[in-house]
Design a protein around this ligand. Structure first.
Ligand code: MGD
Ligand code: MGD
Ligand code: MO
Length: 749
């Protein structure tokens, strides 16, 4: 713990932020001001290269989160029927005894696979939850409810298959000196493609880094149906029809290849399958794609030229790519733009990102899983893992059970029954799941459900038998190697009887399978995992909580493919079967998927379902991020709720006029699946054929018991979104941004 005496009873703890609290994907350095054992204030750490002192509103308000009167601070068991809201305080021992007994009962009767372990997005959870699931013996670890596994996994899977590694836009984040490091160069052009990084800072990337690049000359192309902060400052804003990004990428390749704007030397030397790709893109003319995407033909051509001739140039992309129909092929098409132009692992291009120092925190790919658990173990996981025998990509990339199939299996019991669930870091009914009602009905059937969270929410109120109180980031010890730097999370305070996810899962795993837990304490486990870095937890904590990897290692750019730093055999080239970047993807081929990119229409659309479109003429794009909320969290935090108080729908003024809807009026957003209530926000920032519906809405100030469940049946937009639209790979295609809807004034029938 690094501390400095401000006054006799104040100390400052420097730490890394990574859930719970702000909820996010983490990475920021923070200073926690502690007085008399209580957190009084949080500031960004100006000495931390990641955020250089900047933090989001959720972190600034975190004292209201940590000491909220509704915060869970002791374990509870349900004493009434599910949904009655009757809870009784119990001890940790009673909680653990009950969980041990119930899970083991299910295991004896149905096998360990009958318990499903559910998590939400990429917080500090993949490590502890897989640790517990595997110690117990279940292969079913899942982001249950996330239709099509449509968040980052499609992009990660596509990069892994075509490039052999993951790449990100280079904003100098791999260097301690950041923008001042002489090796770095700002991208001349950055394409911000389906992302609003100012609100979200997703996937170990801070939105403000793009602003720093803009200050150093980077021009932007923004591809978004909405006028975001970045779009309003862009050289070009392409207001795309949701779900058609694949077509746009193919048309841009059409221009780049046919006009000879690609990097011929790079393509010749480092890629495989160019001629086939050239042939494939021929039918995607800018003219044809203009009709698909709503983007004028000349804008498509202009964007392709601007990007291809501006070396270095980077592409920064977001969630809507995954949520396109056939998400893995859309990601593939976009990847090829940076490969065609030679913007691969070069300063200011798209650089490879690896978990820092080779330290594993969260086994997010098959290689990490194998490193931690061994090849035999991982192979065995695929035997019963839901979706692994149906989808080769699900089998071969990551350890997760396929969510759309998992919920169907919970309902039908086919091919084997699922009887219990462990829910930790996800609010399935509050926002993660598409088709909320289906998830509600399926999960209600389970015999036993545990939820580990910081607050009660619609999911625990409706479903939990036991609720466990989880420590916030300020109350825990952990570590983080999500790209760079390697960081540790340092305990500053204690709240009630809360325990960290690692502590809970460590202690339970020890009960289920002592052999899987050969350590005395969680800190011993952390030190073991940190070994590749040569540092211990205490050493990292004492030096301010972070460290960058040494130069000329696989974890530092640039040009690692030339230096033999990417492949296991240390030969130059990429980590793919051919050693090259594969325009003809041999892994897709092997898995029975089209080896080349292609375009597919959204499941409901003006072109695919014209009759439905007559009835429901607006595209409902949900889930654009609010900076003050993380998904379904934070609605109970006063400073944050004040900024974004109501569940809204954003409507273009033209549409509002046609329908007679006034700004601030309550309206129905409806489709074949049902309707929800929203407050109209009339704004020209939205394309007139699209409405934007923020997700994750429930009202913690209302009754949490059935049937109200904090209002989810009135406000949760996921009731209007189906499951089962996943891509042929099993990853991608969740229709969160593309379903058709219509609006009606609340008074109208
Ligand atoms: N504050 C906050 N931050 C978050 C989150 C949060 O809930 N709150 N969630 C986190 C998570 S898990 C994720 S995955 C990320 C997601 O963050 P992002 O990747 O930024 O995703 P979105 O906010 O859903 O959408 C980004 C932009 O894409 C536009 N868009 C919508 N549909 C389409 C489309 O079909 N094509 C294109 N090109 N653009 C489209 C939207 O208008 C929006 O401006 O954010 C993370 N960060
Ligand atoms: N309509 C629509 N729905 C969407 C999306 C969309 O764009 N549109 N986006 C989807 C995406 S990309 C994602 S990733 C999912 C995310 O879905 P989730 O990750 O389920 O989202 P949250 O609502 O933040 O739920 C997390 C829960 O875990 C708790 N929590 C937070 N941090 C921790 C922690 O470290 N430990 C523990 N034990 N608990 C914690 C919070 O209090 C909260 O109750 O939502 C999806 N849902
Ligand atoms: Mo996500």
């Amino acid at each position: 713990m690094s501390s400095s005496d401000r006054n006799s009873n104040q100390k400052v703890v420097r730490t890394t932020v990574w859930s719970p609290g702000p909820g996010c994907h983490g990475g920021c350095g923070a200073k926690l001001f502690v007085e008399n054992e209580r957190l009084v204030k949080v500031e960004g750490d100006e000495d931390h290269p990641w955020n250089q002192g900047r933090v989001c509103p959720r972190l600034l308000a975190v004292t209201q989160y940590i000491y909220h009167p509704d915060r869970l601070t002791f374990p509870m068991k349900r004493t009434g029927a599910r949904g009655e809201g009757k809870w009784t305080r119990i001890s940790w021992d009673e909680a653990y005894d009950t969980i041990e007994e119930k899970f083991n009962e299910v295991k004896r009767e149905y096998g360990a696979e009958a318990v499903i372990f559910c998590q939400g997005t990429g917080r500090d959870i993949g490590g502890p939850i897989s640790f517990l699931a595997y110690a117990f013996g279940s292969p079913n670890w899942s982001q249950l409810g996330l239709a099509g596994q449509s968040c980052y996994t499609p992009r990660l899977g596509a990069m892994n298959a075509t490039l052999g590694d993951v790449a990100v836009a280079d904003c100098s984040q791999f260097f301690e000196k950041r923008y001042d490091d002489p090796r770095w160069e700002p991208p001349k052009v950055i394409i911000v493609w389906g992302q609003n990084p100012m609100s979200g800072c997703p996937d170990a990337f801070q939105g403000h880094w793009i602003v720093e690049c803009m200050k150093r000359g980077s021009k932007l192309i923004v591809i978004d149906p909405r006028v975001t902060w970045f779009a309003s400052r862009a050289k070009q804003h392409l207001q795309i029809r949701p779900g058609t990004d694949g077509a746009l990428a193919l048309a841009m390749m059409h221009v780049i290849i046919n006009e000879g704007l690609y990097d011929k030397e790079f393509v010749e030397k480092w890629t495989y399958g160019f001629e086939e790709l050239k042939e494939r893109v021929q039918s995607y003319t800018p003219e044809r794609v203009s009709a698909i995407t709503w983007i004028p033909e000349e804008e498509i051509v202009k964007a392709a030229r601007l990007y291809a001739t501006a070396k270095p140039a980077a592409i920064h992309w977001g969630l809507p790519i995954d949520q396109c129909p056939e998400g893995t092929t859309v990601a593939q098409a976009i990847i090829y733009l940076w490969c065609l132009t030679g913007n691969v692992d070069n300063p200011g291009g798209n650089v490879f990102a690896k978990t820092s120092h080779g330290v594993i925190t969260y086994p997010w790919n098959t290689k990490d899983l194998t490193d931690l658990y061994g090849e035999e173990f991982v192979k065995k996981l695929s035997e019963k893992r839901i979706g692994a025998s149906t989808y080769p990509m699900v089998k071969n990339f990551r350890g997760w059970a396929q969510p759309d199939m998992a919920i169907d299996q919970i309902l039908t019991g086919d091919p084997y029954p699922v009887k219990a669930a462990w829910i930790q870091t996800t609010n399935i009914l509050g926002g993660q799941a598409a088709d909320t009602r289906k998830h509600y009905e399926a999960l209600k059937k389970l015999d036993f459900i545990v939820v580990a969270d910081t607050f009660l929410n619609p999911t625990s109120q409706a479903l939990a038998d036991i609720v466990l109180p989880v420590a916030s980031f300020a109350e825990k010890q952990s570590w983080r190697s999500w790209w760079a730097p390697l960081s540790v999370i340092v305990t500053a305070i204690k709240v009630g009887e809360c325990k960290s996810d690692w502590e809970i899962n460590f202690e339970l795993a020890k009960r289920f399978n002592p052999k899987a837990v050969p350590w005395e304490t969680v800190k011993d486990l952390i030190d073991e995992r940190l070994k590749p870095s040569g540092k211990t937890y205490d050493e990292l904590a004492a030096q301010g909580s972070w460290e960058y990897a040494p130069d000329e290692t696989p974890w530092k750019p640039y040009y690692r493919h030339e230096k033999g730093l990417l492949r296991h055999d240390r030969k130059p080239g990429f980590n793919t079967p051919t050693g090259k970047i594969e325009f003809h993807c041999s892994k897709y081929d092997e898995w029975g998927l089209d080896p080349l990119p292609y375009y597919e229409e959204p499941p409901e659309s003006e072109l695919r379902t014209p009759d439905l479109f007559k009835e429901y003429p607006l595209v409902m794009a949900t889930g654009r991020r609010s900076p003050v909320y993380f998904h379904a969290e934070h609605r109970m935090i006063p400073w944050l709720r004040e900024i974004d108080p109501d569940p809204i729908v954003e409507i273009n003024p033209q549409v509002a006029r046609q329908l007679g809807i006034e700004d601030g009026e309550w309206v129905w957003v409806e489709n074949r699946r049902g309707r929800i209530k929203r407050k109209a926000k009339v704004t020209p920032t939205i394309h007139p054929k699209v409405v934007m519906v923020p997700h994750g809405w429930w009202l913690p100030e209302t009754d949490g018991r059935e049937p109200n469940l904090y209002g989810i049946w009135d406000y949760n937009c996921n009731q209007l979104i189906p499951t089962g639209t996943q891509s042929k790979s099993g990853f991608g295609g969740g229709a969160y941004k593309t379903i058709l809807c219509r609006l009606r004034k609340e008074g109208e029938k």
